[in-house]
Design a protein around this ligand. Sequence first.
Ligand code: HEC
Length: 252
Amino acid sequence: MRYFFFAYLLSIVLVVGFAGFRGDKFTHTPIEIFNDMDQQAKVKAQGSNAFFADGVGSRKPVTGTIPMGLKIPDGTAASGGFAVYGFSHGSDYYNTGKIGDFWGDGFPEQVTVDAAFVRLGRERYDINCTPCHGRAGNGLGITSQYGMANIANFSTPSFLNPQAADYRSNGNIFDTITHGRGQMGPYGANIPVKERWAIIAWVRTMEISRTAPLSEPSIRDAWTALAPPPSTAAAAPATPPAAAPAAPAAAQ
Ligand code: HEC
């Protein structure tokens, strides 16, 4: 056992003697026992490289190709150079939801509210907003079952009634999507400006559809066309019988 320790000590002395301590400065190339990746087979910027026929390490992009994700905008954000991405720039109604110091309502002239626009809004709403606000916009999305409280319900007077003191105009909703509000986070960095307006169009569509009166002929026609066919098996009448004496009147 004693000899083992002598041999062990001797080998340490020899290794340190030949290789030196780590971090020592050498005037000659050190002996590398464990080279710790000091030497790697890699192309160094501006270095020569025998692998390529022209001997140049740094390669130029292949003719006619554009690197992915590297489209350089034509100008600054202020001059509209980033408009290609469709995110907010400038201070007009379209980009801020504000006209001067006030929230605007209605839709800016840059967008045309037609069926395709509403469909886009529905798709973007379903992707970005349903987890919390629910598919019907009633604030009962899946997160409401896991403790997220007070999610805005779009069929309340603050969204439906322009006369209400806390009415949310389109510009106001635009700002909420862009910057978030209260417990809701901002989505301005995720949703381009045009799609934010499309989402607002869909929110309004949901509101109208939930409050549309059946007395309105076009609504009634649409309802009749979409209503499920009456079941023949169960003789349940489509409308409840006019006289239902057995049902006690609910206490109001
Ligand atoms: C992570 C959950 C969540 C998502 C996703 C979400 N919201 Fe909200 N939203 C909330 C909550 C919570 C509130 C209530 C905020 C408060 O009053 O503190 C709210 C409030 C709002 C309000 C009312 C703000 C006000 O003026 O009081 C609007 C409008 C709104 N959301 C629109 C949207 C739209 C449009 C989307 C999709 C782009 C969206 N939200 C996505 C959770 C969410």
